[in-house]
Ligand binder design. Structure first.
Ligand code: F6P
Length: 543
């Protein structure tokens, strides 16, 4: 069946398939998770799926077997299979920009034919990967020398958004197991405090700047790259730029105009969205830090997840299940946000990466055909456990609104502190269990009476100590936080975002919503902006 990307879309919530889900939700909505577990202890096994070494336990979602059946029927009714085929075939499903969406090609193994808009692309992908690997090896084995003959000890990635969050997150996640390599620094913010702090900590003669920008026009990145170049030229002279600056971009003309030699530029293509670009040359800073072999493991894990997404039946398909459960929580249960809680310090930037991925993709007020969405995708936020338990978990347990949580937990640690790992695991499982179980007024009363409390003091204390419970979560287990499983985890969430876009009827791959602020910032920088009658009085008064 062929579907035009901009053809009329029926909002999900007006479809028969979704009406059936909502009727079921109304009939079963008051069922508690505690009762569902009491009635069926095996739900932990039946509401569970595995792929690529990852396990998704979704038994703590407020669903039963019938809900799942109805949700799977929604996926069929929304033509998810057809859209998946179109995505993987390299059709121009980003119709507002007339582009294919082929980040999956970046992690496909050598020789596997991949296409974008009918053109074969896998050869180009592997040529760039090979060049990145050769360059990384030269830096890492110290044969690449700076302008004064020094080895490179520090790599500074200058980029923002997808040109920062992906490589930064991957570096942070894998550095601990990567062995020796240059130190990696990331500068994204146009606030000079970030670049200034990095420049103070590095030696120009031993520093390599990787200017990473798909467009090579992004204001923040170009301002930081220009400032870094001035700093380097002041220290080492203009010819040193050739040995201390490389670029990653789709805009190779702009790279040359900046003064970086074409031989020091690593290209990618317009069918790679910024927030999906870490698998491309945008991953160069990560590859320089962790080495080409580990970077290829990351790609292999992501490719394994792509295959699972394409081949597994929907009922066992991790991205499909995650997407359906997200829509269920949003539309049937009214949850307006989704929390990501990785129980792994090395995933401290995971929620940052994921929030751009999901919210820049599906944060849209119109569907593919330009008509309004009935509901927005849940805002996504989070931080690592156990830190977040002492920050925002109070609200997750006792706030008036329900915020479903994805607990992400690598089971085996890569450090020699087994007691810490035991505590970490116990805390992750305890939080998920507590959100689900809650604590009743009777339980609180019994606890306080046992401590000797009574009378008015007892009655006043009870409501503050009650936990409503029945709060849903997913548990996502990784055997270990290595490159392969990290790649699989990332690709799982990328494909979840795609599934959500299909269910809601959104084009996930443009991002027009970032343009207006950019235009206005440019206008505010004009010399006469203070007197610009097109600007409001408040804005003008602060110029
Ligand atoms: O925030 C808008 C955006 O275009 C993102 O999609 C992108 O990741 C980021 O800016 C950086 O863009 P570029 O890589 O072109 O500098």
């Amino acid at each position: 069946m062929s579907i035009s990307a901009g053809a009329a879309v029926i909002p999900l919530e007006r479809t028969d398939a979704w009406s059936a889900v909502l009727s079921h939700a109304r009939a079963t909505g008051s069922d508690s998770l505690n009762a569902l577990f009491a009635a069926d202890e095996t739900r932990a096994q039946s509401l569970c799926a595995t792929a690529c070494g990852l396990t998704l336990d979704f038994s703590k979602q407020r669903i039963d077997a019938r809900t799942l059946e109805l949700l799977l029927a929604v996926a069929e009714a929304r033509d998810l299979k057809t859209w998946r085929t179109r995505l993987m075939a390299g059709e121009a499903i980003n119709h507002t920009e007339g582009r294919a969406v082929m980040h999956v090609a970046l992690r496909a193994p050598r020789g596997l034919p991949m296409f974008a808009d009918g053109k074969r692309i896998d050869g180009d992908v592997h040529d760039v990967l090979d060049r990145m690997a050769a360059f990384s090896e030269r830096v890492r084995d110290w044969s690449w020398r700076g302008a004064r003959g020094d080895t490179i000890t520090d790599v500074v990635n200058i980029g923002i958004g997808g040109s920062d969050l992906g490589p930064r997150m991957v570096c942070e996640a894998l550095t601990a197991i990567a062995g020796k390599g240059p130190r990696a620094h990331f500068v994204a913010n146009v606030d000079g405090a970030q670049l200034a702090a990095v420049l103070e900590s590095v030696d120009p003669a031993r520093t390599l700047f990787v200017v990473t920008s798909k467009t090579f026009t992004t204001q923040e990145t170009m301002a930081n790259a220009n400032a870094a170049r001035r700093w380097l030229v002041d220290a080492l002279g203009a010819p040193a730029v050739a040995k201390h600056f490389v670029a990653v971009s789709t805009n190779l003309d702009a790279v040359t105009a900046f003064g970086i030699e074409p031989t020091n530029a690593f290209g990618f293509w317009d069918w790679v969205g910024g927030r999906y670009s870490v698998w491309s040359a945008v991953g160069l800073s990560a590859m320089l830090r962790v080495g080409p072999a580990m970077f290829r493991e990351l790609l292999a894990g992501a490719h394994a997840m792509d295959r699972h997404f394409v081949e597994a039946p929907f009922a066992q398909n991790l991205p499909v299940l995650l997407g359906l459960l997200a829509v269920w929580n949003q539309s049937a249960l009214g949850c307006s946000t989704q929390v990501i809680a990785p129980y792994a310090q090395r995933l401290v930037f995971f929620a940052d990466w994921l929030q751009q991925l999901e919210m820049e993709s599906n944060g849209k007020y119109v569907m593919r055909d330009g008509t309004p969405v009935t509901r927005s995708t849940p805002a996504l936020w989070g931080d690592v456990g156990t830190n977040s338990q002492h920050a925002f978990f109070q609200m997750l347990h006792q706030g008036p609104e329900v915020h479903p949580v994805d607990f992400i937990l690598p089971v085996k640690a890569d450090h020699a502190l087994p007691e810490q790992q035991r505590l970490l695991i116990a805390n992750a499982l305890a939080q998920a269990a507590a959100l689900m179980r809650g604590k009743t007024a009777d339980e609180v009363r019994a606890e306080l009476v046992a401590k000797g409390m009574k009378g008015e003091a007892l009655e006043q204390a009870i409501p503050h100590r009650v936990f409503p419970g029945n709060r849903p979560s997913n548990l996502i287990l990784l055997p270990r936080l290595d490159a392969f499983h990290l790649g699989a985890l990332m690709a799982m969430y990328e494909q979840r975002t795609f599934v959500l876009s299909v269910l809601w009827g959104i084009n996930a791959y443009d991002q027009w919503g970032v343009e207006l602020g950019k235009q206005l910032a440019t206008r505010l920088l004009q010399p006469d902006a203070k007197h610009d009658p097109g600007l409001d009085g408040s804005t003008r008064s602060h110029l």
